[in-house]
Design a protein around this ligand. Structure first.
Ligand SMILES: Cc1cc2nc3c(=O)[nH]c(=O)nc-3n(C[C@H](O)[C@H](O)[C@H](O)COP(=O)(O)OP(=O)(O)OC[C@H]3O[C@@H](n4cnc5c(N)ncnc54)[C@H](O)[C@@H]3O)c2cc1C
Length: 601
C-alpha cells in the first residue's frame, strides 16, 4: 500500500499563495472563512481520508459491489456507510448551503479542494457523496420547502443517498430523447414509468433511502429538451409517516472495468404502476434545473480525476524511490550497485508528467470553483465575468483532468514496470478507475462541441477575451521575475495561437455546415486545455520563483523548486503539442466528414 495519496502543501499553496481570493473574501456569505479556517477544513478532510477512505480503497475494488440474488439487495463494502457518515457528520455533504439550511456556507473553492483530497483517498467511496451533495443542492434550489424538509436533512447527514437519473437506453449523449413518462395524479404527485441506466449510487442496502433526481416527460409535453421535467423519485416514499416501497426496482448492476466499489445500476421505475414522483420547480424546465447539478458534477468529476492522478503519482513516486534497477548510461560496471529508478531521466520524465498533469488539474479545479463562488455570490461586473469564465471553462475542467489523467496514470503504471500491471500495487486499479471520467457527465466529444459550438461564442466571444486578459496579467507578472521571461513569451505565443485558431474556426462556422465546423471539436478542446493549463503553471511558477529569490529554506525551498521545474517540464514537453493540434485545426480538409461510413467498415 502506498503511504501517501495527496500533497496537502500543494493544495494550500494554491489557496494561500497563487489564487487571488480578495473578491471571494469580501463576500458576506464566506466571512467566516479566513486562512486558518481553510487550513482546518483541509486538515479535517485529510483526517477523514486517512481514517475512513484510504484504508478501504483497495478492498472496495477487490470485494466489489454486487447484486445478491437471494436477498435481492445490492451489497457494498461494509466500510462504505461509515465513510459516507463521516463525510456527512464532517459537514462535507451540502457544505455550500447556508447555515440556516444546515450547511457550512463553505466556498466551493474549499469544498472542491476537499474533494480532490477525498477522491485521491478513495474515489470509489467519495463519489457517492458527490452525487448526494449535487442532488440535495438541486432540491434546495428549485423544489418546494416541503420536499426540501423531507429529503435534504437526511441526505446531508449521509443517511440517504442522492442520484442523478438522466440516461436511458436510447438517450445517453442525446437527452432530448428521454422518454420516461410522468402522469399527473390528483394529489399533485406523478406516476413515473421508464428505465434509467448506469445510475451511479443507484441502489445499495446500507443506505436508508435513495433519492433519484429524475428527468421525465409529463404526458403531452412537447418533444425535445423543452418537454423535460425534473422529479424527486425516492426508493421509499413516505405514506402515513411510514417509508413504503416506491416501485423503483434494480434490474441489475453493470460489471464495470473500474470503480468497482461504486455501484452503477439499471433501474426500472413503475413496472408495477406504483412509482410516484414529485415535481421539482415548474413543468418542462427540468433540463435547465438539472444543468445546475451537471455543472457541479463536472467540476466534481474533474476533482475526482485530479485526485486519482494525485494518488497514482504518489504511489509511483514511492516505488521509484525504493526500486533499484540498472545503472546510468555512462556506467556499465555490473560490480557497482544499481541505482534507484528515480535516477533515470526517463522515469523522471514520467514522474514530472504525472505531477504536471495532476497539479495542473488541481489548479484548474480550484480556479473554476472560485469562479463558481463569484458567479453565484458577487455582484455587478465581477459576477458577470466570473459567470462567463465558468461557462467557458466548465468543458475543460471536466475533460482535461479526465483525458490527460488517463495518460498520466498509465505513465504511473509504467514507472512500476511489471509490478504496475499486478494487483500487488494500486496502479492497475487507478488505471481502471480513472477511465470512466472521460465518459460520464458527458463524453469528451460532447464537451468539445459545447466549448467550440457554444461557449467561445458566448456574448460575441467575451468569455474568451476575459480569459486572454487574465493570461496577459500573468504574462506581465512573469516578465518582471528573473528566470520567467522566456516562459512568459511562450505563453504569449500560445495565447495568440489559441485566439487566432479560434477566430479561424468561427470563420469556418460562417462558411460551412455545422458538421464541418464541429468535426474536430474534441481536438479543439484538447488544444484549449493545454494552453489553459500552461497559464496555470506559469501562475504557480511565478510565485515559486519569487519565493526562491526571497530565500525560501528547507522543505519550502524544495517545494518551490519542484514547482518551478514542473512548470518548466510543462512548457518544454507538453505545450509544444499544440503546434500539431493547431495545424490539424487550421487544415481545410474534411476527411472525417466526407469519408463514407462504408469505407470505415
Ligand atoms: C460507470 C458509469 C456511470 C454513470 N453514471 C450515470 C449516472 O449516475 N446518471 C446518469 O444519468 N448517467 C450515468 N452514466 C451515463 C453516462 O452519462 C453516459 O454513458 C454518457 O453520457 C454517454 O452516453 P451513452 O453511453 O449513451 O453513449 P452514446 O451517447 O451512445 O455515445 C457513444 C459515442 O458516440 C459519441 N457521440 C454521441 N453523440 C454524438 C454527437 N452528437 N456527435 C459526436 N459524437 C457523438 C460519444 O461521444 C461516444 O463516443 C454513467 C455511465 C457510466 C459508464
Amino acid at each position: 500500500m502506498a503511504k501517501e495519496y495527496v500533497n496537502i502543501r500543494n493544495i494550500k499553496f494554491m489557496l494561500h499563495e497563487v489564487l487571488d481570493l480578495k473578491a471571494l473574501n469580501s463576500l458576506p456569505k464566506f466571512q467566516d472563512y479566513d486562512a486558518e479556517a481553510y487550513d482546518m477544513a483541509i486538515d479535517a478532510i485529510k483526517d477523514i481520508g486517512d481514517n475512513h477512505l484510504f484504508p478501504i480503497f483497495t478492498e472496495m475494488d477487490k470485494k466489489k459491489a454486487y447484486y445478491d440474488e437471494n436477498e435481492e439487495v445490492v451489497k457494498v463494502h461494509p466500510g462504505l456507510q461509515k465513510a459516507i457518515k463521516a463525510l456527512g457528520e464532517g459537514g462535507w455533504i451540502g457544505a455550500y448551503a447556508d447555515y440556516d439550511l444546515g450547511g457550512q456556507q463553505m466556498p466551493n473553492l474549499l469544498l472542491n479542494s476537499g474533494r480532490v483530497i477525498m477522491h485521491a483517498a478513495n474515489a470509489n467511496a467519495a463519489a457517492y457523496t458527490l452525487l448526494t451533495d449535487g442532488a440535495s443542492n438541486l432540491i434546495r434550489a428549485f423544489a418546494t420547502k416541503e420536499l426540501h424538509d423531507e429529503y435534504v436533512p437526511k441526505m446531508m447527514a449521509g443517511d440517504w443517498q442522492g442520484t442523478m437519473c438522466l440516461t436511458e437506453p436510447q438517450a445517453g449523449s442525446s437527452l432530448s430523447d428521454v422518454t420516461t413518462s410522468a402522469t399527473p395524479n390528483e394529489d399533485g404527485s406523478f406516476n413515473i414509468k421508464g428505465q434509467k441506466i448506469y445510475i451511479s449510487g443507484g441502489d445499495y442496502e446500507t443506505t436508508e433511502n435513495i433519492v433519484h433526481l429524475t428527468l421525465a416527460r409529463i404526458d403531452g409535453a412537447p418533444a425535445g429538451t423543452k418537454g423535460i421535467s425534473l422529479f424527486v423519485v425516492p426508493k421509499y416514499r413516505k405514506e402515513a409517516a411510514q417509508l413504503v416501497s416506491n416501485d423503483v426496482v434494480t434490474a441489475g448492476l453493470y460489471g464495470k472495468m473500474g470503480q468497482k466499489g461504486y455501484v452503477a445500476a439499471h433501474l426500472m421505475m413503475g413496472e408495477s404502476e406504483d412509482c410516484k414522483g414529485f415535481l421539482v420547480g415548474k413543468p418542462h424546465n427540468g433540463l435547465r434545473y438539472m444543468f445546475q447539478m451537471m455543472n457541479e458534477a463536472r467540476i466534481g468529476t474533474g476533482a475526482m480525476a485530479a485526485g486519482t492522478v494525485s494518488a497514482a503519482y504518489h504511489a509511483s513516486l514511492q516505488y521509484a524511490n525504493e526500486r533499484p534497477q540498472g545503472r546510468h548510461p555512462s556506467n556499465k560496471d555490473a560490480s557497482q550497485p544499481q541505482v534507484l529508478i528515480i535516477e533515470h531521466a526517463d522515469v523522471r520524465r514520467m514522474l514530472l508528467f504525472q505531477k504536471a498533469i495532476g497539479e495542473g488539474s488541481i489548479a484548474l479545479v480550484q480556479l473554476c470553483s472560485l469562479y463558481s463562488d463569484l458567479a453565484e455570490n458577487a455582484t455587478g461586473e465581477a459576477k458577470e465575468n466570473a459567470h462567463l469564465l465558468l461557462e467557458l471553462l466548465t468543458p475543460v475542467v471536466k475533460s482535461f483532468p479526465s483525458e490527460w489523467g488517463n495518460i498520466a496514470v498509465s505513465a504511473g503504471m509504467q514507472v512500476l514496470g511489471g509490478a504496475g500491471y499486478t494487483d500487488d500495487f494500486p496502479l492497475e486499479q487507478y488505471y481502471r478507475d480513472i477511465r470512466v471520467n472521460a465518459i460520464y457527465e458527458g463524453t469528451t466529444t460532447i464537451h468539445g462541441m459545447d466549448i467550440l459550438g457554444r461557449k467561445v461564442m458566448l456574448q460575441n466571444g467575451k468569455a474568451l477575451k476575459l480569459l486572454m486578459l487574465e493570461m496577459k496579467e500573468t504574462i506581465a507578472k512573469a516578465q518582471a521575475v528573473d528566470g520567467m521571461q522566456s516562459y512568459a513569451a511562450k505563453l504569449e505565443d500560445a495565447a495568440k495561437t489559441l485566439h487566432g485558431t479560434t477566430l479561424h474556426l468561427i470563420d469556418v462556422a460562417r462558411k460551412h455546415k455545422p458538421e464541418v465546423f464541429l468535426s474536430d471539436a474534441t481536438l479543439y478542446l484538447e488544444f484549449f486545455g493545454i494552453v489553459l493549463v500552461s497559464w496555470l503553471w506559469l501562475k504557480q511558477g511565478v510565485v515559486a520563483q519569487t519565493a526562491i529569490a526571497n530565500k525560501a529554506m528547507g522543505d519550502d525551498y524544495l517545494f518551490y523548486q519542484g514547482k518551478v521545474h514542473t512548470m518548466k517540464y510543462y512548457f518544454e514537453y507538453e505545450l509544444p503539442k499544440i503546434q500539431a493540434l493547431r495545424d490539424r485545426l487550421l487544415s481545410g480538409d474534411k476527411l472525417t466528414v466526407d469519408i463514407e461510413s462504408a469505407f470505415i467498415n
